[in-house]
Design a binder for this molecule. Sequence first.
Ligand SMILES: [Fe+2]
Ligand SMILES: [Fe+2]
Length: 316
Amino acid sequence: MKTVKQPSNPKSHKLHKSLFSHWHETSWIRSKPIRQDAISGLPFSPELVPLASHPLIVADYQRWITVLGYHLLAHLQFTTLLELSHVNPVCSALAQGKAPILLSTQQRNDALKIYCDEGGHALFVEDFSHQVEEAFALNRSVVGRPSFERVMEKIIAENQTQLSSELIKLFFVTISETLVTKVLKNIPHDPEVASVVREVINDHAVDEALHSAYFRNLFPLLWAHLSAYEKEKMIHILPKLVWAFLSPDRQLEYSIIRRLGFNAPDAEDILQEVYIPEQVALSVKQAASPTLKMFEAAGVFNIPSACQIFADYQLI
Ligand SMILES: [Fe+2]
Ligand SMILES: [Fe+2]
């Protein structure tokens, strides 16, 4: 990414300073242990897994608990990949002043703290993944490449003559870091879930709350810096990035169902019964709500075509 000088925003710098002022005392990597207790309780909240409420799954405890186990393992593996292959390359660029906007020393140092946090997250979720695989007799190969990566590759390929891949990746990370998922929000408070799982996810959630605030401050600066042409192009990409991060991973669900012994047509039938398109769209829209407000506050919807484009993606 090229560094382009731009007047800095003193108000935003002040906010950044207060965000990370207790980082050494509160972040996992600086102050908390690797969680190693035995898993006693559910591996995941059943209400976060639509597949777990399908009659053919509920009827068999072993199937049901295996589905929940795979969802935990998939969440952990998703986290490793997101942190190492997506968030940290962007944080590295921000920390080194290679962003398209000029960042203060404080903002660059905070990006470096996020880089350290994400490395820590990858470390403890990898460690925990082995424990989860063993406890629930899971096979990691069932959890393939997450669908958001395939979507990202497609978006980058479709836009390569108009927008740089670095810019698209920067926007993807900025958006995904502001989308605090239900997994991070709800699991730490679900008493049915094993306490070690709740602790691991809470360690992550506490750090991510800070990251979300950092990227929420960054987004309006990035948006304001885009040229009119780039805004016109990016407006078509933003809803795709939201969907890429929040929509269910059908390939993952299909693989889990096949692993449970169902044949291909039955697996497709189960998926169709579990994922009703209108319900999926509603849940994506609800989960995206804070990020959509961030877009609005940054002036994204001032682009005349924006409302229609977001409506086409059922986001407004
Ligand atoms: Fe993280
Ligand atoms: Fe993060």
